[in-house]
Design a protein around this ligand. Sequence first.
Ligand code: SF4
Ligand code: SF4
Length: 483
Amino acid sequence: MNLRLHLQWIPQTLNKLREEDLLEAETYRDRVSSVTKTGKRNWVYALKPKGKWYNYRKYIAWSYLAVFFIIPFIKVNGLPFMMINIPEGKFILFSKIFWPQDFFIFAIAMITFIVFIVLFTVVFGRLFCGWVCPQTVFMEFVFRPIEWLIEGSPSQQKKLKEQGSFIEKILKKGLKHFSFFVVSFVIANTFWSYIVGVDELIKMIKEPISEHLALLIGLIIFTYFFYAVFAFVRDLVCTTICPYGRLQGVMFDKDTMQIAYDYKRGEPRGKFKKNVERTEGDCISCNKCVQVCPTGIDIRDGLQMECVGCTACIDACDEVMESIHLEKGLIRYASENEISTGKKFHFNTRMKSYTVLLLILIVAMVFLISTRKTVDTYISRVKGQLYQEIPGEKIGNLFEAKIINKSRKELPITLKLEDLEGEIKLIGTTQMVLKKEAINEFTFFLNIPEKLIITHSTKIDIGVYNGKEKIQTIHTKFLGPFK
Ligand code: SF4
Ligand code: SF4
């Protein structure tokens, strides 16, 4: 079964390869890179990349990590900058509270995000995976450096595994796994503070743990999850589990920018010989691009779904090209068309249509957020109640009001019947004062003179006022006797 997805092309020059190369080319696609020929896990010992692209990624990763760990501590007007409290159905983005009733904004935001990701992928390939995906950032810039620090280079790691003494293994592996666990615990705490808020988390930590068993269980689950992902699952997340990675095949086209090996320039490959005029292509078969690959693939086999676009092979190959005085860029960011035809990047019809769709969605989102109300009112007749005859020749209906105050202050409000004479009598209270950031519920009788009720069901408008300012009009129905 062909498990490897050769997305767009196979270098035409493969046809010209030697017989043994062809045999290898045929078999490499029989399995994913994470599985050996005998069906075992192919543990990837990637060399530490170095070079221009790795440095850029490192700066981005550090900024990214700083933002991730700092955001829970940022507050604007006393509100967290971001909080995703799923258990309470309370979401705070950019210090604005969103309630489940605002979910249509979330839905539009999610669609916009997906279109953005699709458009981004169509144009820039797996740029997201290589540069800002949390899995890549944490794996390559937190956990792998810890591993390099404790166990050494990939060759030292292999040596430790195969020839290391029992004591050395216990010490080094023990220290590595302990460090991984501690970092996972820190990540789990940060993750948790995005859910409950950092103040609540600190309060929970200070109080007796027996009062917060749910927190303890949540933290343990998250910690073990992160530890398992970064200590054992690692590259399998990108090559086998992540659905975004699996979707690349349907989003890429021949104009998509990707990390590509210039097979026109590189083939046929041949070892570098000093002081001998080169008759082969520029690839000197040094395998450096393979040794640095965190997913264990050979980019020269063409674009593969396991490639996370990490740029490590670009840096490795550029260093080799520089050392043998050849032009850099044998492996580089380029589209298939760019390599096969020499054509420059162009904005194709698919990209144009996705861009238009994305712009429409962004405009819709901005409109929805800017017109989002601070007070949301829902008024309906109490279920199962018809009408009551009230002394003074009036008809009464019992209503319930659910009013969400999304602001940070209490709001006194009043309800008024519009365009019709009638009175509103609150039950259980004399004033309507909305608690801040809360769903407020009220029950009231609406009494209307009987002479004004001319049908069984009368359409009425109820105005919601804050002082003299009308903030909302609710359309509902008032029931009266059949006439
Ligand atoms: S690093 Fe460059 S020269 Fe070396 S094998 Fe890879 S593509 Fe060829
Ligand atoms: S092929 Fe190159 S860009 Fe792709 S994952 Fe491997 S090293 Fe990174």
